[in-house]
Design a protein around this ligand. Structure first.
Ligand code: GTP
Ligand code: IMP
Ligand code: MG
Length: 340
């Protein structure tokens, strides 16, 4: 029986989608449950040559033996949910994907309000996916729940009951977060944050699992930092510099250009502390050190990359157990066995 959580360590887009795909394909958990805010997230998954951008359905979908659940804390946009069920048809997601009956619904009006609100759209740089207004209505206790929404009929479940029963029966559960520590409503760069906490404790609460049941908390960092939308970014570099270093990136959901900066050790240390990290996944080392592209063994990394990994471990006190060397699920160095 294991119950593990994966969350973003900085401002989202750390490469959680790819890490989740790898971990779920390899470990084959019985349940993969999605936590986080809602369809503002865009996880990229590359699997056997196919590329997917996902906003609602758990990124672990590639492992077809798992139940795919969306926790009560997550906002559900029924249009996105049904679109993705069709989009991922090849992986037999229908019949194994369910949202908690208590999930709050994003209605078309929430998306309109998000886009029309100058403060959210311009000052904060929101994604316009209706999450802020959706969470506002939830807090005001006027939001609809999945159990009340016609198109969600037949697609709901009692997620905490399922997850806790599975753990009682000795099964494995994997909880995937979205966004990242820097976007947390509590601990991030307020007010330039998303509409709820995004740290590991909230990811557990989103699914309805108590803190005593969690085994590992994996925090994901990219080897450089990116941020979309407004807000402070102490290690930001100029666009031209990012371009000349080949670090240009565009958002999965909004297509906006991501701001780019150096890895921030102090920020990583804080993020690990507040998330209670037990492991770190470090992605995109190939984009900083191209010689390690697609490398699968730690021994084959250059001294420079190894020093970078050691510096992160020293600064955070947390072992780096997953290293991403390319966007495909298979471009991964897995050091988890060395911890045993
Ligand atoms: P949010 O849920 O929106 O926060 O997204 P995310 O954390 O899932 O990240 P996202 O997929 O938006 O962005 C990460 C980008 O890096 C994607 O384009 C991935 O395909 C890519 N990626 C992930 N890991 C690696 C890696 O190790 N190397 C390279 N070169 N690309 C990677
Ligand atoms: P909102 O959550 O759409 O209101 O956006 C609030 C802030 O969080 C904006 O700066 C967004 O760019 C950022 N944000 C929200 N979700 C994500 C994500 O999944 N990845 C990266 N940034 C995000
Ligand atoms: Mg993303």
């Amino acid at each position: 029986m294991t119950c593990n959580i994966l969350v973003g360590g900085s401002w989202g887009d750390e490469g959680k989608g790819k890490c989740i795909t790898y971990l779920c394909y390899k470990d084959q958990p019985d349940i993969i449950a999605r936590a986080g805010v809602g369809p503002n997230a865009g996880h990229s998954v590359e699997f056997h040559g196919d590329k997917y951008g996902l906003r609602m359905i758990p990124s672990g979908f590639v492992y077809t033996g798992a139940r795919l659940l969306i926790g009560a804390g997550v906002l559900v946009d029924p249009e996105v949910f049904h679109y993705e069920l069709d989009y991922l048809n090849k992986y037999q997601v229908k019949g194994r994907t369910f949202a908690d009956l208590r999930c709050s619904i994003i209605e078309p009006k929430h998306k309109e309000q998000d886009k029309a609100n100058e403060y959210l759209a311009k000052k904060i740089g929101s994604t316009g996916t209706g999450c802020g207004p959706g969470n506002r209505d939830r807090v005001m206790r006027v939001a609809k729940q999945a159990r009340d929404w016609e198109s969600m009929e037949g697609f709901t479940a009692d997620v905490p009951l399922e997850v806790n029963t599975a753990l009682d029966e000795g099964k494995d559960v994997f909880i995937e977060g979205s966004q990242g520590y820097g976007l947390s409503l509590y601990y991030g760069t307020y007010p330039f944050v998303t509409s709820k906490d995004t740290t590991a404790s909230t990811a557990a609460a989103d699914i309805g699992v108590g803190p005593t049941r969690i085994d590992e908390v994996m925090v994901v960092f990219k080897s450089y930092t990116t941020r979309v939308g407004e807000g402070p970014f102490p290690t930001e570099i100029k666009q031209e510099e990012a371009e000349s270093r080949g670090l240009e990136e565009y958002g999965t959901v909004t297509g906006r250009r991501r701001r780019v900066g150096e890895f921030d050790m102090e920020f990583a240390r804080e993020s690990c502390m507040i998330n209670g990290a037990t492991q770190i996944a470090l992605t995109c080392v190939d984009r900083i050190y191209p010689a390690c592209e697609r490398v699968k063994d730690y021994a084959d990394l250059s001294g420079e990359v190894k020093r970078f990994v050691e510096d992160i471990q020293d600064a955070t006190g947390v072992p780096v157990t997953i290293i991403g060397t390319g966007p495909d699920m298979e471009d991964t160095i897995d050091l988890r066995d060395e911890l045993l």
